[in-house]
Design a protein around this ligand. Structure first.
Ligand code: AMP
Ligand code: MG
Length: 415
């Protein structure tokens, strides 16, 4: 492959489609505890064997009645049974009421629950709560939660390819599943490149040599990978030697599903990762029409994917979210991998847009609008800390205050 200095820029959507085309889902399936399934992706549909709730039950503390027995307010009825949650109900004798509590099974024959605030319990000689006066006229069906209103028997409640979160795990438990089948976690090797890089902890800030910077990408990329459920092997900074780089990549490729690197993918740069990947497998360098984050590399070494991110921290962060995240989710079998944006109002001006599609670091304000971080440079990581999302701005699109723009929340991209 020859690298052209002025290769045409690829639109992000095209690059993503191409990249996802390489992400065949991992084949191995694991059965794991539902309790520990947060973040994992279902390998098969989850089907319910029962209705949820299993029986009609009361939404209130009160009395279950037949509406026909309460044609007007003030009717008095004997209390024929007491139904706490979990107690089996007998059919409701006509002309009587059943004391019932939230979650209690509605007795056959009853067609409404009157909440206790609209009833007066009457004692009948020695027997407490033997009769009740109903001080309201019930509507048929009121305060009854119907059997199957959440889930019906044989319903697919979670489809294969669903990424499980707390709500999904709760739903699986509600149909009695303590084990789930998920795809295995991707194994990812993480490398940093760059002779200027220093690992935090190895040199104190006051002792840093001129031109040296700390390796920040390693930290956030590792965190991003773990949040996506990956098992990460951290190779730190690859020594700046051709043979050492080839050897590190070769051995990583044997035991990992993907290798992720940062730095050294700009066109024309002298570095060892590119020739090393080319020596071992194939490398395709893409120039993507986004800002930040133009350079991006995809390749493969045997069965191992290679993903190369730019070195600038914000470029690295953003390209990870836009390209690597969907790739790694798809590798785990996830169906929905494309980010969702929502309409939002810009409360700032952006008069000089780039010709590339921009992802501006912005933050929602209390008035429902978006504020812009003042410094949008791709080296300024404080922008990503300050922001709570990205404004997805089309190529060449100037923004005036009050304009409707597209916003992608970090909450969506970082989970
Ligand atoms: P590169 O993509 O290698 O040309 O790097 C672009 C810029 O990002 C340079 O200023 C690098 O010093 C910086 N950079 C590269 N890798 C890292 C890293 N791991 N952590 C922090 N900054 C980096
Ligand atoms: Mg570099």
């Amino acid at each position: 492959m020859t690298l052209r200095k002025h290769a045409p820029l690829q639109p992000l959507d095209e690059a993503l489609e191409k990249l996802l085309g390489f992400a065949s889902p991992l084949q191995q399936v694991e059965e794991i505890d539902t309790m520990h399934a947060d973040g994992r992706v279902l390998a098969q549909d989850v089907v319910s064997e029962l209705h949820v709730p299993p029986h009609d039950n009361s939404a209130m503390d009160g009395y279950a009645v037949r509406c026909a027995d309460v044609p007007h307010s003030g009717v008095q009825l004997p209390v024929s049974q007491r139904l706490a949650a979990g107690v089996a109900a007998k059919a409701l004798e006509s002309g009587s009421a059943a004391r019932i509590f939230t979650g209690g099974v509605v007795p056959p024959g009853a067609d409404a629950v009157v909440m206790q605030e609209e009833c007066a319990a009457l004692s009948d000689g020695a027997a407490q709560d033997a009769r009740v006066q109903i001080n309201a006229v019930p509507q048929a069906g009121q305060h009854i939660r119907r059997a199957g209103e959440d889930v019906t028997r044989n319903q697919v409640v979670l489809a294969a390819g669903t990424r499980l979160g707390p709500a999904e795990i709760g739903l699986a438990a509600s149909i009695g599943l303590d084990r789930l089948h998920v795809l295995r976690r991707p194994r990812v090797a993480l490398f940093s490149t760059g002779d200027e890089l220093v690992m935090p902890g190895t040199v104190a800030p006051r002792d840093m040599r001129p031109g040296a910077i700390y390796n920040s990408n390693r930290y956030f990329l590792s965190a991003l990978l773990r949040r996506l459920g990956c098992e990460v092997t951290d190779y730190g900074i690859v020594p700046d030697l051709r043979d050492a780089t080839i050897e590190a990549l070769r051995s990583a490729s044997l035991a990992h599903d993907a290798i992720l690197t940062s730095g050294g993918v700009s066109v024309g740069e002298e570095d060892h990762i590119k020739p090393a990947v080319q020596a071992l497998g194939t490398l395709d360098l893409w120039q993507i029409a986004i800002k930040p984050g133009k350079p991006f590399a995809y390749g493969s070494i045997g069965a191992c994917h290679f993903l190369g991110l730019p070195g600038n921290p914000v470029s690295s962060f953003v390209t990870f979210l836009l390209l690597v995240r969907p790739f790694l989710l798809r590798l785990q079998g996830a169906r929905d991998v494309v980010m969702r944006s929502i309409a939002a109002r810009a409360d700032f001006a952006w008069p000089k847009p780039d010709r590339r599609r921009e992802f501006l670091r912005v933050r929602r304000n209390a008035n429902g609008g978006l504020d812009l971080f003042a410094n949008q440079s791709s080296g300024v990581l404080t922008s990503a800390v300050w922001a709570d999302g990205l404004l997805d701005n089309p190529p060449g699109c100037a923004i005036a205050p009050g304009d409707t723009v597209r916003f992608v929340a970090f909450a969506e991209l970082l989970s």
